[in-house]
Ligand binder design. Structure first.
Ligand SMILES: [Zn+2]
Length: 266
């Protein structure tokens, strides 16, 4: 059986079964009418790019929210094959999330991706839910608590914003920044940055981390600036984060080359 006919026949049936268990119909009733709106388009297809058949070398790892209204990467203008994607509720970086950590490790250690984007979005329901004084039950409640922690750490700034909508928007931004810092702290990133710092064949220390927020009202991506040096200064002692200059001094007594000095400033 061809793949497209498999999708056409079996997946709607499976979906209709699962929908049926949530409804009030009795066993044996035909639930297919519930999925009439689902149309599997098997007559057209995405135009293949044959250059992608033999290689997988994306330049970006995209970490975004699962929200169905938000494009994963279409707004970046990148071609198919250039962005490796991971999405979850609230675009969170958790070192206890085996799914995320596996994606990160594969992206950094095997695909050698030089850029990582964490992209949040305004009007994020995960951010709203995290601030609600409501028990969403576990595991969702545990997940959202990570955004609530961001609010707690920034409550002075956030509570000083009188407009509720603007307060949520700022929390979305602060959450993206917090996740970027969490990402920077991971062992996977730290090891890669030391390795690429020491290797003169890399033009800059990798991966670079970029913080973005998607604006649904106009479809634009807003870039947030993060001063990682400041975070290194404040947290390095506790989290044992490396500093390129210190790492270099420890690993080699040789003075840094011109190219390494250039990389330090990037
Ligand atoms: Zn969201």
């Amino acid at each position: 059986m061809k793949i497209h006919s498999l999708i056409q026949v079996h997946i709607p049936r499976l979906i209709s079964r699962s929908f049926g268990t949530l409804g009030t119909q009795k066993p044996g009733q035909n639930y297919l009418h519930r999925t009439k709106h689902i149309q599997w388009n098997t007559s057209s297809r995405i135009e293949p790019d044959y250059e992608l058949c033999d290689s997988h070398s994306p330049n970006y790892l995209w970490i975004g929210c699962s929200d169905a209204r938000i494009p994963a990467h279409e707004g970046t203008g990148q071609k198919t094959g250039n962005i490796f994607v991971h999405r979850n509720l609230g675009n969170l970086v958790l070192n206890t999330d085996a799914n995320f950590m596996s994606v990160l490790q594969y992206a950094v250690e095997y695909l050698n991706i030089p850029h990582i984007i964490i992209c949040g979005h305004y009007d994020c329901n995960a951010v709203h839910a995290a601030v609600d004084a409501k028990d969403h039950n576990n595991p969702l409640e545990n997940w959202l608590c990570n955004i609530r922690n961001v609010y707690y750490e920034n409550k002075t700034e956030l509570n000083a914003i009188p407009d509720e909508k603007m307060r949520y928007r700022r929390l979305v931004e602060l959450n993206v920044v917090a996740q970027c810092v969490e990402l920077f702290k991971t062992n996977t990133i730290q090891r890669r940055r030391i390795k690429t710092y020491r290797d003169d064949s890399f033009p800059y220390t990798q991966p670079r981390i970029h913080a973005l927020v998607y604006q649904p009202e106009d479809g634009l991506l807003k870039h947030l600036k993060i001063n990682f040096k400041e975070y290194l200064r404040d947290r390095g002692e506790i989290y044992n984060l490396y500093h390129p200059a210190e790492a270099k001094a420890k690993l080699s007594q040789e003075p840094p080359s011109k190219s390494l000095k250039r990389k330090l400033s990037q």
